[in-house]
Each structure stands twice: as C-alpha cells, then as structure tokens.
Design a protein around this ligand. Structure first.
Ligand code: ATP
Ligand code: MG
Length: 219
C-alpha cells in the first residue's frame, strides 16, 4: 500500500461558462520515503494538487488515502489538525511573517506542539544550524536574501518533523549555487529523517535530484 494514494481526483474552479477543469481523473500514488517532483506548465494544477494533499482544499470527487486512511476534512479545524500532525509546507512565495525574526518565524511551526519552551528552543536552534542560518536568527525577513528566506521557510516547515513535506517551487527565484544548497537540504531531510517529499518545480535540475517526476498536463 502507498503512503499517499489519489484515485480519480477531480477539481475544477468557477461555474458554468467560466468553469476550469484543473485536475481530471488524476491517479497518483507515492510510497513512504519517496522524493517526488511534480512538473507541468503554469496553470496545470500543481499548487491545486499540493493544496489537496495538504487538506487545504478538497477535491470535487475522488478518493484520497493518507497512510492508508481516507482523508475526510469536514471543517477547517480538521484540516488544521491533520496538517499539525502530518504535514510541513513550503509555500510558493515563502509567506514569512515580516514582523518576526528568523528565530520567531521558525518557531511558529511549534506553536501547537505542546513542547516546553526549553525543548522548543533546542529544536529551533537544531534546525537553524542544520540550514546554516543560525547567525541570522535575530534578523527580519526584509533584510534577507531570497535563498535565506527560503531556508527560513523550510525551517518552519520541518520543525515539527512532518511525515510529508510539500514544497511549491522552493528554488523558484534562486541562483544556481543557492538552488543546489536547497536541493541538498531537501535530499538530506528525505534520507536522514525518511520524510516523504513532494516538490513542485519548473527546474530540470531539481527534478533530476528527485527519485521520480510526475507530469501534470494542461487540458
Ligand atoms: N481559488 C481559485 N479560484 C479560481 N481559479 C483557480 C483557483 N485556484 C487556481 N485556479 C485556477 O486553476 C488553474 C490551476 O492553478 P494552479 O495554481 O494549481 O496552477 P500551477 O500549476 O500551480 O501554476 P504555476 O506554475 O503558475 O504556479 C489556473 O487556471 C488557476 O487560474
Ligand atoms: Mg503554483
């Protein structure tokens, strides 16, 4: 059995003449510990797919099994609970909190964890060191480069040690050296922690660094 199983998933937006069918009868299965790239043209439904995997958005029809259990998100609170226990997300545009320092932006991922403040501190420093941004801990996002911001966003996503990491174009606007660094961080996380990772990318280098590429075709 797969860790993630999507069966005949359909998703469209809008009504009647303005209706856009984004995902049509999509089947997808991803094993535990896989590192998978999702590729496809702009508008092909990559972010829509990640939102469904994260329980942020529900499909119109079809089945989603997560760790062999059917995903049924009936309320926003269900979605929050599901993500808190299972999912780390790196959004397409970082989504850092500008009034928070690097340290605080990463710590956000532990707000609901129930850990003591001492444990939180240790976890945040471990992650900052792993991502080589510990020296930036007191800086605000406005003073960071794109690659630094991206590492903070990854830190926030992995701090709760999710079973599934979803990353939407994590190397989108980065130079090739920074891109390599981000790829290495993601690969390392996949190998050492056994985290299942789904990375949306337009970049062949990123796709090559994954075990498998899934292509979404635009209809
Ligand atoms: N909330 C929404 N309401 C209406 N239409 C939407 C909504 N979200 C996405 N769409 C439409 O669905 C299609 C797929 O969008 P999506 O964001 O999944 O594409 P994408 O593959 O991630 O593209 P990109 O590479 O540009 O990020 C687009 O045509 C988009 O306009
Ligand atoms: Mg997108």
């Amino acid at each position: 059995m797969s860790f993630i199983e999507l069966k005949r998933i359909n998703k469209s937006f809008g009504k009647k003449s303005s209706k856009v069918d984004v995902l049509e009868d999509l089947d997808l299965s991803i094993g535990k510990g896989e590192l998978v790239a999702i590729m496809g043209k702009s508008g092909s439904g990559k972010t829509t797919l990640l939102n469904i995997l994260a329980g942020i958005d529900a499909p119109d029809s079809g089945e989603y099994l997560f760790d062999e259990k059917p995903m049924k998100i009936k309320s926003a609170a269900d979605g929050v609970r599901f993500r808190r226990n299972n999912i780390g997300i790196v959004l397409q545009h970082f989504a850092l909190i500008n009034d928070f320092t690097v340290y605080e932006n990463v710590e956000v991922g532990l707000w609901e964890s129930g850990l003591s403040s001492g444990e939180k501190r240790k976890r945040v420093f471990d992650v900052l060191e792993r991502l080589e941004i510990a020296d930036l801990k007191d800086k605000y996002p406005g003073k960071l480069s794109g690659g630094e911001k991206q590492r903070v966003a990854i830190g926030r996503a992995i701090i709760c040690e999710p079973k599934l990491l979803l990353a939407d174009e994590p190397t989108g606007s980065l130079d090739s050296t920074t891109e390599e660094h981000i790829i290495k961080i993601i690969q390392d996380l996949n190998k050492t922690n056994g985290t299942t990772v789904v990375v949306v990318t337009h970049d062949d280098e990123v796709a090559k660094s994954c075990m498998r590429t899934i292509r979404l075709e635009k209809h």
